[in-house]
Design a protein around this ligand. Structure first.
Ligand SMILES: NC(=O)c1ccc[n+]([C@@H]2O[C@H](COP(=O)([O-])OP(=O)(O)OC[C@H]3O[C@@H](n4cnc5c(N)ncnc54)[C@H](OP(=O)(O)O)[C@@H]3O)[C@@H](O)[C@H]2O)c1
Length: 322
């Protein structure tokens, strides 16, 4: 593809950093700022993104990357499709949903574009926003008949988008999102389970939490190091992980209902598996609320205090002062 015009909606923590990677590579990158906050406007300006109406984006951008809160993904895709109808550009246009949504949601989004000239790619971002030499991976999959579109999206790698196309047996729309769900279900699931157990141990008694810390240090040092490394970063992101855990839960439940080998009874009994991440959604909701209360009151609330102290004490055990 000759130098493409791209669009990234929106300029959040991820979208702005991705946009900056692309503008640094010399591309024109559009975004739409109507109704957006001052923080988003500033990130867009810092990344060199050009503000444009959605119809303008639909007319000018070769590919539009949807990178916004997962709950907005479907509404935005509909708005893009309608804007495209209005703009009616003569050349082909591509749309990549890059949000942490479950495969069923992304299949519904793909269906919105059926019968339109818009090419659709399912993408799932694994990793944090691009920074310095670091780039997250954009796993991408497409319908089996859309390999050319998938190749074209993968070719954006030359402009700094770290795309890995997911191909092979059975791969299609929904699989890049399934990969993202599976990966996040493991990584954020582990952090969630550790957080729940630290809070529960402390609710039993501070002595229990302290004994847990020392037992982890003796018998599970890798897990303790993981708690130390991931808890501080989890606190400000907990609000965003609520929706993601709910999507993962739906993904697990969908998988159970489609399992060919299981009987209806086994599916009903097994559906409890889908509740694992739903429970973690409630945990992250509790942590997010505790953090908001902390910010409002200007002092750490109970949960925040417990988690911060656990990390502080664990650091002292793992890295004793000389
Ligand atoms: N950040 C990461 O490390 C990371 C990693 C992997 C995947 N992702 C995925 O990337 C996506 C975005 O995450 P993020 O971290 O960038 O979120 P974020 O920092 O919370 O930013 C969300 C952005 O979307 C905008 N927005 C909200 N509602 C919108 C709407 N209805 N239409 C258009 N824009 C809207 C927000 O604007 P306002 O400021 O006006 O609200 C903000 O600019 C998510 O699907 C997430 O799963 C993120």
């Amino acid at each position: 593809m000759a130098q493409p015009v791209l669009a990234v909606v929106a300029a959040g923590a991820m979208g702005a950093a991705v946009g900056k990677r692309l503008t640094t590579a010399g591309l024109t990158v559009l975004t739409t700022l109507a109704g957006r906050s001052a923080a988003t406007r500033k990130r867009a300006a810092d990344a060199g993104l050009e503000d444009a109406a959605l119809a303008d984006i639909a007319a000018r951008a070769h590919w539009t990357l949807s990178i916004l809160p997962p709950s907005e993904a479907e509404t935005f895709a509909k708005a893009f499709r309608d804007a495209h109808q209005q703009a009616a550009p003569t050349r082909p246009v591509g749309f990549a949903d890059c949000n942490a949504v479950n495969p069923t949601t992304v299949k519904r989004i793909a269906a919105l574009f059926k019968g339109t000239p818009i090419k659709f790619v399912d993408a799932g971002i694994i990793g944090g926003p691009p920074q310095g030499d670091y780039d997250p991976v954009f796993y991408a999959s497409a319908a089996p008949e859309d390999t050319v579109e998938l190749d074209e999206f993968a070719s954006l790698k030359q402009w700094g988008l770290n795309v890995k196309a997911l191909r092979g047996e059975g791969a299609g729309v929904g699989d890049a999102s399934a990969l993202k769900m599976s990966y996040a279900g493991i990584t954020k699931g582990i952090i969630g389970i550790c957080t729940t157990m630290v809070l529960s141990a402390h609710a039993s008694s501070p002595a229990t939490a302290n004994a847990l810390l020392h037992e982890l240090s003796d018998s599970q040092p890798v897990i303790l190091k993981r708690i130390i490394g991931s808890t501080p970063g989890m606190l400000p992101k907990a609000y965003r992980w609520v929706g993601e855990m709910e999507e993962i839960s739906a993904f697990v439940a969908d998988g159970l209902s489609h399992a060919e080998s299981s009987s209806t009874q086994a599916q009903i009994e097994g559906a409890g598996e889908g509740l694992t991440h739903l429970g973690l959604a409630r945990l992250y909701e509790r942590v997010a609320k505790a953090l908001t209360d902390t910010e409002e009151k200007g002092e750490d609330t109970a949960e925040v205090k417990v988690l911060k102290n656990f990390v502080k004490d664990a650091k002292e055990v793992v890295e004793p002062k000389k």
